[in-house]
Design a protein around this ligand. Sequence first.
Ligand SMILES: Nc1ncnc2c1ncn2[C@@H]1O[C@H](COP(=O)(O)OP(=O)(O)O)[C@@H](O)[C@H]1O
Ligand SMILES: CC(=O)N[C@@H](CCC(=O)OP(=O)(O)O)C(=O)O
Length: 251
Amino acid sequence: MKTIVIKCGGSIISRLSEKFFVSLGELRDEGYSFVFVHGGGPDINEMLAKFDVPVQFENGLRKTTKETLEIAELVLAGKTNRHLVHMLQSHGFKAVGLNGSDGEILKAEHIDQDALGEVGRINKVNTDLLEVLLSKEIYPVLTPISISQSGDKLNVNADTAAGAVAAALHAELCIFITDVDGVRNGSCIIEHLTEPEIRQLIDEGTIYGGMIPKVNAAIQAKQEGASRILITSGVSQFFSNSQWKGTFLGA
Ligand SMILES: Nc1ncnc2c1ncn2[C@@H]1O[C@H](COP(=O)(O)OP(=O)(O)O)[C@@H](O)[C@H]1O
Ligand SMILES: CC(=O)N[C@@H](CCC(=O)OP(=O)(O)O)C(=O)O
């Protein structure tokens, strides 16, 4: 099975272009299956503001109290997931939405409970359920909310979750769809990046904020089993006539 893991950033879901769905159709016709993992950072921020809960990030990761986690899950599973599944279905793709914790698909452990609260890193992806759905040409759409060994929910950055899913499935490609055309250095999009180059760009501050978990997830996915990684835009470019545009890791 040729699988592409597609991470849709919260910054982009409501703005996904028609070209994006046309490109997905072309890839499906070429024999690819898809697993989607989505974020929803802006939607979560909006809801936290409504509940007067402060928003705090550290290196692109949300500091997550139990209350923040409850609101994040409510938004991701109840709103963003529904929205993306509906958009896919409206464009003729069979899609099923799941919380990452459902069926223990995404298992995680705390990163640093004192510093970040209920934030996790994935330590296992249960691919069985994903593979059953894919074998029936149904595309799973996952939130990044994960479950710990002791049965607690954890907030996992969606880039990290997508990278872990891509590695576990040995995906041919993991695409991070975001609101920029790729990783920029000044006004230029960098077409290819290696791990040392990424480390340097983070150190010098060229890569910052939400791009940090994205490139770290990209490195990890590449190291742990995904063949190729692409960071690209869901608004303007994505893929057309077999021409990929954006920033690649790997050949
Ligand atoms: N070097 C960089 N190149 C491009 N974007 C960058 C870079 N460094 C930081 N960013 C920021 O990362 C953002 C994408 O991350 P994020 O907002 O978390 O998106 P998403 O919701 O798609 O995960 C861009 O909109 C941009 O503001
Ligand atoms: C721990 C952590 O930061 N979790 C993220 C999960 C959603 C996400 O990653 O959304 P984007 O892809 O839109 O950034 C959060 O709470 O915002």
